[in-house]
Design a protein. Sequence first.
Length: 357
Amino acid sequence: MYRKAVCLLYSFLLITILVSGCADQSTKKASTEQNQDNELHLAFVVNLPDPFWSYARAGCYTAEQEFNVKCDFKIPFDGSSAEQNRILETLIQQDTIKGIAVSPLDPKNQTEILNEVAAKVKLVCHDSDAPDSNRLFYLGTNNYSGGRQVGQLIKEVLPDGGQIMIYVGKMDVLNAQQRREGVIDELKEGGSASAAKPSRLPGTAIMAGKYIILDTRTDQGDRATAKKNAENTLKKYPDIDAMVGLWAYNVPQCLEALKDVGMEGKVGLISFDEDELTLQGIKDGYVHGTVVQQPYEFGYQSVKYLKALVGGDTSMIPENKQLDIPTKVIKKNNVEEFWAHLKTLQQLGEEAKKSSN
């Protein structure tokens, strides 16, 4: 009788422990799900597929961990404003999204959709601005100043002047316009920031001090077209002195075209951004230098400030609504150190990509 009572008591205690344990696990699971439900949900929208954005993804990922938020990373895979608009429309239909950072592809023609976004969530621009929209502020490179730095690199390559061709993806994107204006003003020596003038529009040669800018060739974000533009330049202007790329992939395509005809090292190459082929070209002595942005900071700072904005903090908004992230000039003397740093960010970007899948 005694043994039977002990066994019954033991069984009762065991069942109590098991039930308590299950209840504890259920409570923890419910708590985790509640935390996920309460997690702030943001989005970071870029302009087109490019390795450049892997660094911004790494910045978003770091900020997600640090500030306990979720940030969707969105890419218009065809590089069109129509696809970007579709992404934005889909995002604002999600009640969970509270803030968006976007690099607008066609700011003048996207004002309506950007204002629609700004009416529903906190909106900031990164990389390229849309100043006529209701975005709260722009975060990124001062592209005009970056263009002037490109102009300084051109003057190092061609101190006595020469013939130059400029390449960029699209001229309706504000960062392209501003970089190009910066280049022109720097070469004119004493020039200052100004709106594009008719004499400066693509399709016309521009006299800029000792320099002749033959034209500005666009490729609509297509690398094959970018290479074809470079090939056509070499055929039409065999004595060209320098080729200048204002988007990340432009100079790599120029270098490939030069190698195809055995002219690498014979034409000056000056770039914008940190494409690995550009960095290798600098190491090899074929590219003089590049002006690089800090896309990691685009991602990190966008998430950081969007969280603050959603929380009601507007103290970070500058009076001019321009929050500049400095550029750097990379040449042969500092390319290896810079590239090593990039590889660390690339690994972080890969982790971020895997975590979002």
